[in-house]
Design a protein. Structure first.
Length: 120
């Protein structure tokens, strides 16, 4: 949607005011804008452990999340090297691929938490 010549969706993601909802979009431009907002710690990304709206809506499931989402780690820059949770070695890695790279396989039940096999 454009208002006054501004793409509202892109502007919100760039400012860190909205999450890129990968379930319904794989727009590379929006992914890049979200990565830029995360790196700059703008908006919701200034929080050490921002809660995705889909977790917030599920209430109890969000409270069950035991580990914070890694903002930066030794995994940074490694998106695309693994595609399935079976190739991932621990919960931090699965959470990184799910939240930072948009790899959906670690979240088989779509509750916003990586697979229970890795994140016990």
């Amino acid at each position: 949607m454009t208002v006054g010549g501004v793409n509202v969706e892109a502007e919100q993601v760039w400012r860190g005011l909205a999450w890129m909802y990968r379930k319904y979009s794989d727009d590379a431009r929006l992914l890049a804008l979200e990565a830029e907002a995360k790196a700059a710690r703008r908006g919701l990304w200034a929080d050490a452990n921002p809660m995705p709206p889909w977790d917030w809506r599920h209430g109890a499931k969000a409270a069950a999340r035991s580990e914070p989402i890694p903002a930066k780690s030794e995994l940074a820059g490694r998106c695309g090297t693994k595609r399935t949770y079976r190739k991932m070695t621990n919960c931090e890695e699965a959470r990184f691929y799910l939240t930072q790279c948009g790899i959906k396989s670690p979240d088989g039940n779509k509750d916003g938490t990586p697979c229970k096999e890795l994140c016990r």
